[in-house]
Design a protein around this ligand. Structure first.
Ligand SMILES: Cc1cc2nc3c(=O)[nH]c(=O)nc-3n(C[C@H](O)[C@H](O)[C@H](O)COP(=O)(O)OP(=O)(O)OC[C@H]3O[C@@H](n4cnc5c(N)ncnc54)[C@H](O)[C@@H]3O)c2cc1C
Length: 346
């Protein structure tokens, strides 16, 4: 019997599991391979789904202080049940709050929670059929920790090693850009033999990922109601170098498009282009956005082997888990899945 659970990953799913165990009086060790927490979770821009929430039942006006009081209907949804706040990305809002919470517990109750950053978990340790711990590399040293393991390592599209899973399952889209995870958790489960991967060919490609400069968002948008709602997003992308803003009259110098060419372009048939207008500019590309496939789990979410038997001591939560969202995930459902499956690890 071990006196800790090991959570691998510091995205929303891992953080949800951490807090759940701590709330139940458990001891937690969090291992995260990056120096910062958040993974893809802090990048989640649209929202988180919920059904019959206070906002949906009571209307938005009543809940002005609720940071998720904006509600919208996303593509493929039949009802408006996707929530976000008025400013920051919803993924950022939720994940930062949980990060700060865990750091506070680590500082105030170090006997209950430990957090090791820049610790890359490389291997699951097995005893008989059960997973009993992990090996990880920190500062060039290989270390071992023991306890039940929760894998919350995200998707597998950004694996640029020699044998990436994406090349095996979807070679034709391998070269698309992505900010997804590297598939470490998937590979560890497959490596212990018997761990089952499911729906691996199901990869979501987003048609309009921001990769650099060149798409055009006119400042006309600033005059609409939408403008205030997405002002923070523009500032965020400009700050990260994914968007720039400058005046139309300066375009020719910056990206070699004259005002007359700009006026002639089909994107702008319904928008006036005053010479002193300010534009936000970014380059868009199809990107590997989300992986529906992954490690086979049950509702607990325990990892299952090829015979659909539970591997004792091993859980997988968040984007690493396969089959949760069917062939094509609805927007807003990943964050929800991260929170819920993280809470269901027991
Ligand atoms: C731009 C963008 C926008 C999105 N918008 C939305 C949205 O609006 N709504 C929605 O529901 N979904 C959205 N998604 C999808 C959603 O953000 C992700 O599916 C979700 O955040 C994945 O969370 P996770 O906890 O499973 O993994 P992640 O958040 O990716 O976290 C994985 C963590 O595991 C760690 N890790 C990985 N390997 C190891 C290892 N070997 N050892 C130790 N640590 C390791 C990483 O450092 C990272 O901290 C979006 C995704 C992107 C990229």
């Amino acid at each position: 019997m071990y006196n800790q659970v090991i959570v691998v990953g510091g995205g929303l799913s891992g953080l949800s599991a951490d807090h759940t165990f701590l709330e139940r009086g458990g001891h937690v060790l969090v291992l995260n391979k990056n120096s910062f927490f958040g993974g893809s979770s802090t990048k989640a821009t649209s929202s988180i789904n919920g059904a019959l929430t206070k906002t949906q039942i009571g209307g938005q006006e009543k809940f002005k202080l609720d940071p998720f009081s904006c509600i919208s209907i996303l593509g493929g949804h039949s009802q408006p049940h996707t929530h976000r706040g008025k400013k920051m990305f919803p993924g950022m809002t939720i994940t930062y709050a949980l990060m700060e919470g865990i750091e506070e517990i680590v500082n105030n109750q170090p006997d209950r929670a430990r957090l090791i950053k820049k610790a890359r978990v490389t291997k699951l340790i097995k005893e008989g059929d059960a997973a009993i711990g992990v090996e990880y590399v920190k500062d060039g040293q290989t270390c071992k920790e023991y306890g039940p393991v929760i894998l919350a390592t995200g998707g597998y599209a950004a694996d640029f090693t020699e044998n990436p899973l994406l090349k095996k399952y979807r070679l034709e889209i391998y070269n698309l850009p992505t900010t997804n995870s590297e598939g470490d958790g998937h590979k560890m489960v497959i490596a212990i033999g018997g761990g089952k991967a499911t729906h691996m060919k199901k990869v979501q490609v987003h048609p309009t990922g921001l990769v650099d400069l060149n798409d055009y968002v006119t400042s006309e948008i600033w005059k609409t109601k939408l403008s205030k709602e997405i002002e923070w997003h523009f500032k965020h992308y400009v700050g990260r170098g994914l968007m720039r803003n400058f005046l139309v009259k300066h375009w020719q110098k910056k990206i070699g498009i004259s005002v007359s060419q700009l006026k002639a372009t089909k994107f702008f048939h319904n928008v006036p282009i005053p010479i002193n207008d300010q534009f936000h500019v970014a380059l868009m590309s199809p990107v590997l956005h989300y992986i529906m496939g992954g490690i086979d789990i049950n509702a607990e979410p325990e990892v299952r082997d090829m015979q659909e038997q539970v591997i004792p001591g091993l859980f997988a939560s968040g984007e690493i888990a396969g089959g949760v969202h069917g062939a094509n995930r609805l927007g807003g459902s990943s964050l929800l899945g991260c929170v819920i499956y993280g809470m269901c690890c027991r």
